[in-house]
Design a protein around this ligand. Sequence first.
Ligand code: MN
Length: 129
Amino acid sequence: MTADATQPALILIVEDNEKNMKLARDVLQFNGFRTLEAVTAEQGLTLAAEHRPDLILMDIQLPGMDGITALKRLREDPATAEIKIIALTAFAMKDDRERFVNAGFDGYLSKPISIRELPSQVRQYLGPS
Ligand code: MN
């Protein structure tokens, strides 16, 4: 459900690693998505409230506030509570998916980001437009 159906979906990427940010942004833009970028959770919260993106890709390990705390803040704020939020993490333990879903994420993508799969993964999480 996009805020403005005439515009491509807006994706907020919260990621402190410059290479991962560039990769995610380039792949998403190449596939027609609009993007916003935040390198800290705090910046991500501000951008989310201002722009109400359709989906947030949220790194877990961030300087300052971590991604799980940021998720809770977003869920607490009525302005951002309904935004789909996908955990983006390098953790590779097999129980991670359950842990992140229990924390309230709508989904989970493990790094490294797949250039081939990211666009379809994001479309899948966005659901029918
Ligand atoms: Mn990180």
